[in-house]
Design a protein. Sequence first.
Length: 298
Amino acid sequence: MMLPVHAQSSRQQLNTIIVDPGHGFPDPGAEGKYSCEANIVLAIAKKLVKKIQDSLPGIKVLITRSDQNLPGGLHDKDLANRWRAKFANENHGDLFVCIHANDAPPDHHSRIVDYRTRVYYTGKGKSRKRHVRKTPIYHRWTTPSSAEGTETYVWAVNKNDDKQQFIQRNQDSAELYGEEKDSTLPDMTTEEKIMASIRTRKYFSRSLLLANLIQDGYKQQGRKIHAYVGNGVKQRNDKGIWVLQATAMPSILSEVGFISNPHEEDYMNSQSGQEQIASALFQAIVAYKNQVDKGLIH
């Protein structure tokens, strides 16, 4: 049954937000000099949840884990990721916000400290000649990574078919663990395929909106953007990100800084840094909600 136009526009479209701090022991995620990703993103996620609860009381907010362990009492990170998606879908989330921290290999350096003399010969017989050349001797060393900044992911467009399947599966209220052996779906009617395709495109545009709002918020705080060009909004086309393609709702994954960079590790462990990051995420959610509620994005 079609709702009247005014009823459709007045209906709140953001009712449930799922906040997902990545990793959890025994999977610590990326590790810095003195801290780990799992603990950092949990602290940020809790601050974000409190901001939503305090300022948006009409919205239900759920967190996938509230302690340092993997969610669902699990010990396998792949099963835990499937649990996260199942949790989000079963709770009919309207938005999925996944929080992670990044890392990068150390920076490599070298300098010439001396030269080694090498003798070599060319030619044969009377034409044989002796040559001398100097080859450099290098001192090589590494320092902690200087990579810094934020980046926010949406699911890759080449994963649209996967996303569409999970959207349809969620509409059917089926079990969702995401293992290949149980991923066969009943054949959809033409109408169901069209509706699932429409939802997929809608969720992608909304995910992209939120990702850009988040990156804009980081920039306004003076954070670096980890990108050669653009706003730091990215897709991971080669491998994909499970929780983004398996959640039947708009979904993003935000990498809030590089734990491998000592300065960013300190920032992400500080109360002020965590508060700033949570504020950027929260303000982006508020801006997203306003645009969706006003019908500015479909």
